[in-house]
Design a protein around this ligand. Structure first.
Ligand SMILES: Nc1ncnc2c1ncn2[C@@H]1O[C@H](COP(=O)(O)OP(=O)(O)OP(=O)(O)O)[C@@H](O)[C@H]1O
Ligand SMILES: [Mg+2]
Length: 308
């Protein structure tokens, strides 16, 4: 089974206006509400690939209910931990006339100690050897930066596989706990290791440094340039298919979905990576929050080749 964990989900509200004006009332000409959250995106992409997963995490209040209803309507098995606080809403206002936008993220609920304990218990009840657990996104208020590290240890000690896709201190501490796979993008890897531009060119050195911290396998996504893959003494570079980019946000989550989909079937990371690239590219070619579809992924797959 594949589990995805989203600790800090959000309803993403997008309002479109012709012209943005301060100190006056603007009327939205269009609006839409989407489920936001890295783990949710991974579960949604897995569904598009024909792969079931169980979505876990914190949801609360009317917004939380709305998100879980939407995921369930999409055919995703939801096993959430309910919280007292209200799941956050992130607001984007897009100004059509000048093609610019403002995005404001709500801080979101504070998780209590007992809510955190309930989540850990519900994870522990499900731990089975051989399963895959995707831990994605930022941590909500009240959750210590060591929390992903704690989960990675629980999961790996149970003989299951943790895939960690987060950033900053939570990523640093999580890597030390030895996850099966991490998938930072170049910016996240650079920030984590505090690399200057010159050091960034020594790819072999810094990818090995990330592995030395504790990650068992490493994929660094490079947007349209493809991805690097490193494990033990090996470093490989893969090209991404060329597509017409519509919206690359969420491409990384789709890549994680593609990787876990194939890894959970027993494939090696070399075999799985082309699927990750094709899934990322398929989603980047879609407008808005749409994710790639299986047929497109299969078609893009032949262009996903190893460069060296
Ligand atoms: N414009 C593009 N053309 C082709 N492939 C792309 C493009 N953008 C993304 N991809 C594919 O998706 C993968 C992941 O993209 P990226 O490196 O942007 O992830 P990310 O920064 O983690 O994204 P996010 O966190 O917003 O989901 C890339 O390795 C690549 O295979
Ligand atoms: Mg990412």
């Amino acid at each position: 089974m594949i589990y995805t964990l989203t600790l800090n989900p959000a309803a993403d509200l997008e309002l479109s206006v012709d012209q943005l004006e301060f100190n006056s009332v603007s009327r939205a000409i269009d609006s839409r509400m989407d489920c936001g959250g890295k783990g949710f995106n991974v579960s949604r992409m897995l569904k598009n690939l024909g792969q079931d997963s169980i979505a876990m995490g914190f949801v609360g209040g009317a917004t939380g209910l709305r998100l879980s209803n939407e995921l369930e309507a999409a055919g995703i098995d939801c096993q959430f931990t309910s919280i007292v606080g209200e799941t956050r809403t992130n607001v984007t206002i897009v100004e059509g006339a000048n093609a610019r936008h403002i995005k404001v993220n709500q801080a979101g609920p504070v998780i209590s100690e007992s809510e955190l304990t309930r989540l850990v218990e519900s994870i522990q009840q499900r731990l089975q050897p051989g399963d895959w657990w995707v831990l994605g996104g930022s941590l909500p208020q009240g959750v210590p930066t060591s929390f992903y590290a704690q989960l990675v240890s629980l999961i790996e000690d149970a003989g299951a596989h943790a895939v960690l896709d987060t950033s900053g201190e939570a990523l640093r501490e999580g890597i030390f706990a030895g996850p099966s796979l991490i998938k930072p993008n170049l910016e996240e890897a650079q920030a984590l290791l505090e690399l200057d531009e010159e050091e960034l060119n020594s790819t072999q050195a810094w990818t090995q440094a990330l592995l030395a911290m504790g990650a068992q396998n490493l994929v660094v996504s490079l947007g349209k340039a493809g991805a690097l893959m490193a494990s033990e003494a090996q470093l490989h570079e893969f090209a991404s298919p060329s597509i017409v980019e519509a919206n690359p946000i969420g491409a990384g989550d789709s890549m994680v979905a593609g990787l876990v989909w194939r890894l959970s079937k027993g494939e090696s990371l070399e075999q799985a990576l082309p699927y990750g690239l094709a899934c990322g590219a398929a989603t980047a070619s879609r407008p808005g929050t749409e994710l790639g579809e299986l047929a497109q992924v299969e078609q893009l797959l032949e262009q996903c080749r190893q460069i060296n």
